[in-house]
Write a protein that binds this ligand. Sequence first.
Ligand SMILES: *[C@@H]1O[C@H](CO)[C@@H](O)[C@H](O)[C@H]1NC(C)=O
Ligand SMILES: *[C@@H]1O[C@H](CO)[C@@H](O)[C@H](O)[C@H]1NC(C)=O
Ligand SMILES: [Cu+2]
Length: 527
Amino acid sequence: MMVEGKMNPLAKWALVLLGLLSLILNIVLIGIHSSRAPKCSRERIHPLRGRHDDRTLVFADLTREEYMKVQQYLLKQKDLAISTSQITKPSENFLFLIELSLPKKAEVLAYLDEKGTKPVREATAVVFHGAKGYIKEYVVGPLDNPTYHRDVTKERYQVDVPINARPVTIGEYVLVFRFFETEIFSKLEKLLRESFGVDKKKTLNAFEQMPRGVRSGDRKTWVSFFRDMSGMYIHPVGFEILLNHESLNMSQWRIEKLFYNGKYFDSVEELQRAYDNGSVKKIVYKESPDYGSLKPRSKPLQIGPQQFYSEGARYSVSNNHVLYLDWSFAFGLSSLTGMKVFDVRFKGERIAYELSVQEAMSVYGSVTPGMIITKFLDSSIGIGRFAHELVRGVDCPYQATYVDTYRYIDAPLPVRFRNSICIFEHNMGQPLRRHFADFFHNNFGGMANSALVFRTITAIGNYDYMWDFIFYQSGSVEVKVHATGYISSSYLLPGSKTHGHQVAENVLGNIHTHFINFKVDLDILGE
Ligand SMILES: *[C@@H]1O[C@H](CO)[C@@H](O)[C@H](O)[C@H]1NC(C)=O
Ligand SMILES: *[C@@H]1O[C@H](CO)[C@@H](O)[C@H](O)[C@H]1NC(C)=O
Ligand SMILES: [Cu+2]
């Protein structure tokens, strides 16, 4: 105040002008700067470190056209007398599976390392020769125009494979359900209505157990029945049957055992008599709450956190080849064994020839007959076969890259599975390394940990396995499986709590163990 009083008008104006100038300069500088600030962009700002390599197409699964060529070629072989109809009977010849037949590693390495020619592209075709009583595996090639097929069954398995070793096809399931309708549902109407509320509108769902017997050649399946509700796997009703479907002739199938409310019966008629004369304790139907529903139990508060590639993705996918920072690899998806990657390189150096899912086994314990011996070997049903669509924003981040796959298994034509593989880079939520030096030096060093995730799911029966191969900037690879979906359960009976825990009224979540097998073929400093 005192200074102002003494200031001359010229100095005052100069000060105001200076203030104005500084304001303008600030606005201009902020303007220039903010236009340079990163914006979310799908475009990549910095070039990738590596290059895509078409040679990795040797690992690629068959295209739709290639599946069709193999199918058409096999149909032309009149001596094989193959059917491709989905409802082919067990007694007929059915083209069950077509898959890539991988060339030998030595040939592939020679080709990749520019010392050899391109290996011939071939497929494996599996035919269930119901009319002849055996299963055959053929190699068919070359894929651009098939001209030969070769029986490789003996070479690959050392034995002849009998027809009863085949998995149940959709064609056989159609017959199984028809058999249940005539042999169980229409004969036990009263029991099923009074015990389980079965009527014209309401039915029971079947869930089968494995293995189908204990000796080679057996084909006897325990089938447990569940309420027809969302999450049926946790709505068991206490009714199970043993179906003998060894014969290729459905007229010779039979129900060998029935299990109702903890008691065994040798025939439908015996159960019916026991039910009517009161010698078996009846299960009395009552509605059960919809606890297995997939609907959210509450409204989300607001949208959750999201991640964005603010300077574009640091990875690239071209055909079946992925580049990511110092990494590169090729990928595929087997209908039987699941996802696989090949020629995994870090800084240009191959560190693994193959990394793949091989098997998912679950072994159960129970006092109920179905689950007493249950041991699921999922590759026998198909792990990659059930790699269904990944849901954007739920199964993988919104901005992930989604890849379609084509498969030919138990179907009349190749089938496209939209968005069944996803690839994304993600912050892993913890630094890869960090240190704060407290003693002697005061400094900090840390590295943000984002990694590339290669993912598929297997929604097989009650379970959903989420498979991840994760590529870290440190040069390490992680394989990871996350199990979700529903547990398997059985009807709660006296004594059954030694084999699990009660999870709902009359429902036991059964004790079990998961075993997961991966294959890794490391090539460190050479083969
Ligand atoms: C199937 O089995 C039934 C009953 O044993 C028999 O009558 C019928 O001839 C069989 N059919 C064939 C095709 O073998
Ligand atoms: C009821 O039926 C079962 C099955 O046929 C039989 O074993 C049992 O002896 C019968 N009991 C009575 C009390 O009739
Ligand atoms: Cu489990």
